[in-house]
Design a protein around this ligand. Structure first.
Ligand code: CA
Length: 542
């Protein structure tokens, strides 16, 4: 089944899997020639001022979209409410959410809608009525765990990840029975005693070893494998967890029925920089040296773009995609491991204060990129920032930050031209940029590319924009009323193509730039200028 994308759109990932690309949009549909005529069809208010990162899903004429504490079913043609399901979470919950009170969307399957809650529950709602069918607790949020990702359905299993990498958690991925909510399996993403990889963790460091899984995985039904990214180690200061620390900063390929790990590839062994390797893994079939390969494409927080054989985990390509990167001198293609730079070695050896690029926000953060099999390019919102970083001894206290860094010395570093982010069209095989569009406040939402060769994304200041996928020329822009950190989607109904986006400023960039980047008054003025207000907008060429 296809949700949230339509057969021809290729968003990154949002709790759903996508059919193979089948271009079939006729003349009428949105393309580079007519996107200038895109107009709003309706807007729907969430009545909520939190950040909105949810990707809407559309099924049989109804749109389903989530906020941090509610789920909305909306008539996809008229924007009228069908039902709203609201729930409460304990008031203490936001204290264990580092980076924004958000939810990234739902998954739908056999008449039920699945979503996660900030206080670490998974709930199933009847898609017709919005009534709760089951609610299952993943873990006690009081131990620093939370949930913000969209669930994934794979081979009749509901699969969820967990957040809390900054709170000394031990990360995992869970499998649930879609009908009953019964817990089917748990795969820890931090290897413990008796598990493969346990020897990569000294002593009992695995107990608070991090490894969050806060971005939805991707499913390949042909191989029956789920690809899921694993985040940073706990604490950030890696000297207190010497070893590779499986599966920190890695992608794991799981069998959905059992959670068994078929293979893994680690982007950042013993990651000391919060290069949280959770970013989406896009499934594509690409030609490499005259051979068609089944791959995943992954742009990591660490600033490298990876192409990995998704049948066996073998690294095929790894190239820098950001302009400035100094933590590594490259990736050793024989071993698949990063070649750490003098700066990283100095920090590790002496505990030195260093200026490292990319920053902990990464060369690309959570927002899904898109791949077009037509142009063979990926379209990604990327970051150009560094950080001033000094490791110190960490102290573990339950459900508080467990980082081991000197907050007095922690600062963002900005490029001279103050363009902190770029929308880039890139060749995934080389990491090279074909075109880019920069901005002072970085884009913090997802991208979408369609068979009409249109790239959609939103800006932090609220413009929903369309670009020519080949040239990068801006073709259309609409001011939506608040900052955009959501994920665009498109669908077709009664011969008409629609495009939708959740709107509402919030998230990690809004929260953390002013705190550790106070000197960048221009950037902070831009961020402060954006009003709050959650909504979802829908557009069409009429
Ligand atoms: Ca993190």
């Amino acid at each position: 089944m296809i949700f949230g994308g339509g057969d021809d759109s290729l968003p990154g990932t949002a709790g759903v899997h996508f059919k193979k690309h089948r271009p079939r949009f006729p003349f009428k549909h949105v393309n580079t020639g007519n996107v200038k005529d895109l107009v709003p069809v309706w807007s729907y208010s969430f009545g909520d001022n939190r950040g909105q990162e949810s990707q809407p899903l559309v099924h049989e004429g109804i749109m389903y979209v989530t906020t941090h504490d509610s789920t909305h079913a909306i008539d996809a043609k008229t924007g009228l409410r069908v039902w709203t399901h609201k729930f409460e979470y304990p008031p203490a919950t936001p204290r264990i959410v580092c980076c924004g009170i958000v939810n990234r969307g739902a998954a739908i399957y056999n008449g039920l809608l699945y979503r996660a809650t900030l206080d670490a529950h998974v709930i199933a709602l009847d898609m017709k009525t919005g009534k709760e069918v089951w609610k299952s607790q993943a873990i006690n949020f009081k131990d620093g765990y939370s949930m913000t990702m969209a669930p994934l359905i794979a081979n009749d299993v509901v699969i969820t990840g967990i957040s809390g990498g900054e709170y000394g958690i031990r990360g995992f991925i869970d499998g649930w029975d879609p009908k009953t909510g019964a817990h089917l399996w748990r795969r820890y993403t931090i290897a413990g005693p008796g598990e493969k990889g346990a020897d990569t963790w000294p002593g009992d460091t695995y107990k608070h070893g991090g490894g969050p899984t806060w971005i939805t995985g991707t499913y390949d039904p042909d191989l029956d494998l789920v690809y899921w990214g694993v985040g940073n180690g706990g604490p950030w200061n890696a000297e207190f967890r010497k070893g590779d620390n499986l599966y920190v900063g890695a992608v794991v390929a799981l069998k959905p029925k059992t959670g068994e790990i078929a293979w893994h590839y680690q982007f950042s062994p013993n990651d000391p920089w919060d290069y949280d390797g959770v970013n989406e893994n896009i499934i594509a079939d690409v030609d490499i040296d005259g051979e068609t390969k089944k791959v995943i494409i992954h742009a990591d927080r660490n600033g490298f773009m990876y192409v990995v054989d998704r049948t066996n985990g073998k690294l095929l390509k790894a190239n820098q995609f950001v302009d400035k990167l100094n933590w590594a001198d490259g990736i050793d293609m024989k071993t698949g491991r990063p070649i750490e730079s003098a700066i990283t070695k100095k920090m590790r050896k002496e505990g030195a204060e260093v200026q490292v690029w990319p920053s902990a926000l990464g060369g690309k953060n959570w927002f899904p990129m898109a791949y077009s099999p037509k142009t063979k390019m990926v379209y990604a919102n990327t970051l150009e920032m560094g950080m001033n970083y000094k490791p110190v001894e960490p102290k573990f206290r339950k459900a508080t930050f467990y980082l081991g860094i000197d907050f007095g010395k922690f600062q963002w570093l900005f490029p001279e031209d103050n363009q902190t982010g770029y929308l880039r069209a890139m060749d995934p095989l080389t990491g090279k940029t074909k075109w880019k569009v920069g901005s002072v406040a970085a884009n913090w939402g997802g991208t979408m590319v369609t068979a009409g060769d249109v790239v959609f994304t939103g800006t932090f200041t609220g413009q929903f924009k369309a670009y020519d996928a080949n040239s990068g020329k801006e073709l259309w822009s609409f001011q939506t009323g608040s900052g955009i950190i959501g994920q665009p989607m498109t669908w077709e109904q009664d011969g008409q193509q629609y495009v939708s986006i959740s709107v509402g400023i919030g998230g990690a960039y809004r929260n953390f730039i002013p705190v550790f980047g106070a000197k960048n008054t221009k950037l902070n003025a831009v961020i402060a200028s954006v009003p709050e207000g959650g909504s979802v907008w829908t557009f069409a060429v009429k």
